[in-house]
Design a protein around this ligand. Structure first.
Ligand SMILES: Cc1cc2nc3c(=O)[nH]c(=O)nc-3n(C[C@H](O)[C@H](O)[C@H](O)COP(=O)(O)O)c2cc1C
Length: 206
């Protein structure tokens, strides 16, 4: 059985439109064991003096960590472990201030570990997640789609694209419900996005 890990940050919970699209996507996925890391329920840590020192010591220096240092990296290592086990990684969040919410950025800071999800060799950076698929489920009040005047204000999509390519992911699917601030169009936009979600679910399932 294949594995899907969902990294979810939808703090409006049952009122969240992002969550609604994510639930539709999830309901159409078969043939997968699905696990969720809910970042809104359990916030990721930020690197501090202690944990960043531990990260350099272990991932760059190859040194053994003390139990206290290990502990400071525990949540980040848990994220890495879950990502490495998965065939598909689904990231779901609403746009916050033209970008991904800080909690999601903190998740990536902890998961983008040298020697685990990426590395460096003579020819440069190499991604270590080559065989995985990534899906972004997101929503925003504004419409930043390609060719629109606000396209360049969207810092979220370029970030996700960069992270995916950095870790070697070749298949990135983006499900974005944009322009939801227009309440007359909201339902129509979400319904269209849910159709896309169902199509992507069949790719994940097969
Ligand atoms: C703190 C915060 C910042 C936001 N910043 C933006 C933004 O920069 N651009 C935008 O289009 N929408 C922005 N929004 C609106 C949300 O992205 C939009 O309403 C989204 O659909 C909410 O998703 P949800 O229903 O899953 O919570 C922001 C909302 C919040 C709460």
């Amino acid at each position: 059985m294949k594995k899907t890990i969902i990294i979810e940050y939808t703090p409006r919970n049952q009122r969240s439109r992002t969550k609604r699209i994510l639930e539709t996507l999830k309901s159409h996925i078969s043939n997968n064991e699905i696990e969720t890391i809910d970042l809104a329920q359990n916030l990721p840590p930020l690197f501090d003096n202690h944990s960043l020192g531990a990260y350099y010591k272990r991932n760059y220096g190859g040194e053994i960590l003390s139990s206290q240092e290990e502990e400071s990296m525990q949540k980040f290592d848990y994220y890495v472990e879950k990502i490495l086990q998965a065939d598909t990684i689904i990231i779901a969040y609403p746009m916050f201030n033209f970008s991904m919410p800080a909690a999601v950025k903190a998740f990536f800071d902890g998961m983008l570990q040298k020697g685990k999800t990426w590395d460096i060799n003579e020819s440069g950076y190499i991604g270590l997640l080559n065989n995985k698929r990534m899906v972004l489920v997101t929503s925003s009040g504004g419409d930043y789609s390609q060719g629109t005047p606000m396209e360049s204000m969207d810092l979220s999509t370029p970030m996700i694209k960069q992270y995916a390519s950095f870790v070697g992911i070749k298949y990135l699917h983006i499900i974005a419900a944009q322009g939801l601030a227009n309440s007359e169009k909201e339902e129509e936009i979400i319904a269209k996005t849910e159709n896309t979600a169902a199509e992507i679910a069949s790719i994940i399932s097969n």
